[in-house]
Design a protein around this ligand. Sequence first.
Ligand code: ADP
Ligand code: NA
Length: 333
Amino acid sequence: MEEQKRILVVGSLNMDQVVQVPRLPVLGETLLGAGSLKLVPGGKGANQAVAMARLGGAVTMAGRVGRDPFGQQLLVALQAAGVSTELVAIDEEEASGTAFIFLVEQDNAIIVAAGANGSLGRDAGHLTRIEEALAQASALVLQLEIPLATVEHLITAARAAAVPVVLNAAPAQHLRPDLLRQVELLIVNEHEAQALVTALGMLSASTVTSAETREPAAKDVLTQARALALRLHEHGVATVVVTLGAAGALLVTRGDQPGAGPLSLYEPAPRVQVTDTTAAGDCFVGALTVALLEGQTPAQALRFAVYASALKVTRFGAQSGLPSRAEVMAFLA
Ligand code: ADP
Ligand code: NA
């Protein structure tokens, strides 16, 4: 019998060190935060792996942590969620990735010290084992918190193995246009979408200037997001999603009628009480990927992802705040 296919996530693992502050300090200033430091397992790669496992996906995580207590805690968190960690290597030199997260009212500011994440792919033996796992993968899920060269190498390897690539192009980095075209499902926020389109040189700078808004989508925000998504779709990405924070998300994919134009869908977010937006994007990526892989229509999958991530923002912490499948189903009902 063929082994069950698994979602392979290759990406970052970070220990999030979280502190609540009234505002960000200016250079040279010391500010007293509220309450004590909270340590929460995070990192875009690990968050997405845990999000998918909680939502019913069979997930294998590949990454790199240091030989330190944070590394152990990050592995335990993945395992507790049911994620296979046999492809998470221990780096003997670098510390585990760490993120310093400052929660300011409804938003956050983050500094990441990449540590061991920054050497993912430099060990040829580890990279080969990751490539071999592609044979058993239903999809490869990538973000941009590991070396770009590794991401580019794996996109090529996945294509050669006919494994669809899901890319959350965050944080924004310059990706080779020919590799971007190989991505099956691209998920970005409005700023990342704009950065990719600007790098492709497909929209003039004046048309891509967008308002920095966290409010529910004004018509021009939607129009702008749709224009960016369409450009990326025309470039060759089958399905493009632009997330819009409290305004929900927009999806552009191939139309289902032969000869018809691309299909554009928009799902507004439900209004929720915001506690912590950390990992909202990661929850979205995990939920959308799981839903599409299990055969939900793009419209159903988009709604599932918007509701799952809205639930996430009501709770504290990256991985600690990720919802279960039952919780999302109850919220959708
Ligand atoms: P990122 O954190 O990567 O910038 P977004 O801010 O766009 O991503 O958030 C990702 C998704 O999380 C959104 O598409 C939305 O579905 C959900 N979300 C984020 N913020 C809120 C919010 N304040 N209320 C409801 N849903 C939210
Ligand atoms: Na994101």
